[in-house]
Design a protein around this ligand. Structure first.
Ligand code: KG4
Ligand code: ZN
Length: 342
């Protein structure tokens, strides 16, 4: 027996074509992701026009796989969710149009989900086949990805931004520094891998602070790391390992500590592509243990972009009786993220 409602999730905001099916308990029945990594690799980054065409080409295979693995049919779907932004417009259009058309044709509720809202709740998802954890009424989210570095406060679905980056997102530092070291796209996971073999005390980078203000700033770290690379290269060093992953963690811990001292954090949900970083996961886990914070680290399979998180955010909205009009919803490349659910 299916635990209703069965939600179909679609995510095409960047370079991953993803389709997922989750049931009423937030149990992921199937989460299929087709990565375009190989297609974009020669260009050193995502090429928007190619990415949107790839979404169109990949969707039939990805969705068929998801339905097959979940053992359900299109007629079983009780709600349809797609990412409406932020992201690459051409890419978003593919997924959102698909979702709108399906919801309309099936006459089922439609959810145009903010990409960040998907990441935000993803730490509560469990592995395929297992019911999701209960989402507490109140928690803080740390979303760290290629486009976002945010600490968010969630109060019964109302989302308030507490700390944002003033410049670069954390993922950008990994990608740009990795690129400079000659690593291929996407550089984040490769820098992570190399950093594990490096010496964490080898380089010292400063954590930027401004007295009474709390914000992230990663462009300084990026510049410092790039300058360090120049200096070492001028001295004849050629790259095999070493990476500035250390300060990345220091700054997060510093911000969390400052925030925690003012407003105690009870539950911290950490998500986004960079949440896969091993050093960060370790440092966050020991910080949370010392502070007595209930830490929810996103399962590795849902750290990068996926559709299970989009379907889950939609399930939470559907439980609240919220939905969007499939005839009028439009994509938006940049949208603020506050009060997303309520
Ligand atoms: O959430 P995501 O897949 O897409 C966005 O919404 O941005 O995040 C992608 C980012 C990229 O910058 C990628 O290099 C980074 O996450 N990333 C990592 C790791 N895995 C992915 N950064 C550090 N360590 C990793 N293991
Ligand atoms: Zn993302």
């Amino acid at each position: 027996m299916l635990d209703r409602p069965l939600i179909l999730g679609i995510e095409t905001s960047c370079d991953d074509t993803a389709c997922a099916l989750i049931d009423g308990g937030g149990r992921v029945l199937a989460s299929a992701v087709s990565s375009q990594m190989a297609v974009h690799q020669p260009y050193g980054g995502v090429v928007p026009e190619i990415a949107s065409r790839e979404h169109l080409a990949n969707w039939p295979t990805v969705s068929r796989e998801a339905f097959r693995r979940a053992g359900v049919e299109i007629g079983d779907v009780d709600g349809v969710a797609a990412t409406r932004g932020p992201g690459l417009v051409g890419c978003l259009l593919v997924g959102l149009s698909l979702g709108r058309a399906m919801a309309f044709a099936l006459a089922r509720p439609f959810h145009a989900v903010h990409h960040l809202e998907g990441h935000l709740y993803s730490p509560f998802l469990d592995l395929e086949g297992r019911v999701a954890a209960d989402v507490p009424d109140r928690f803080q989210g740390l979303v760290i990805s290629g486009g976002h570095t945010s600490i968010l406060d969630v109060d019964r679905g109302r989302v308030r931004s507490l700390v944002e980056t003033r410049d670069d997102a954390m993922g950008e530092v990994f990608d740009k520094v990795g690129k400079r070291l000659g690593l291929s796209f996407p550089q984040g996971p490769k820098v992570d891998e190399l950093a594990e073999q490096g010496d964490p005390g080898r380089f010292r980078f400063t954590v930027p602070t401004v007295k009474d203000e709390l914000f992230f700033s990663y462009s300084g770290l990026k510049s410092q790391a790039l300058r360090e690379i120049e200096t070492l290269e001028a001295a004849g060093v050629r790259w095999t390992a070493e990476a500035p992953a250390d300060e990345i963690a220091d700054q997060v811990l510093h911000r969390l500590e400052r925030h925690h001292a003012e407003t105690p954090i009870t539950t911290l949900a950490v998500s986004g592509g960079v949440a896969a970083n091993r050093l960060l996961r370790r440092e966050l886990a020991s910080w949370a243990e010392v502070q007595g914070v209930d830490l929810r680290l996103v399962p590795l399979i849902y750290s990068g972009d996926n559709a299970a998180m989009i379907a889950f955010a939609a399930l939470l909205r559907q439980r609240l009786g919220l939905s969007d009009d499939p005839r009028t919803t439009v994509v938006e490349s940049r949208i603020p993220f506050e009060s997303a659910t309520a």
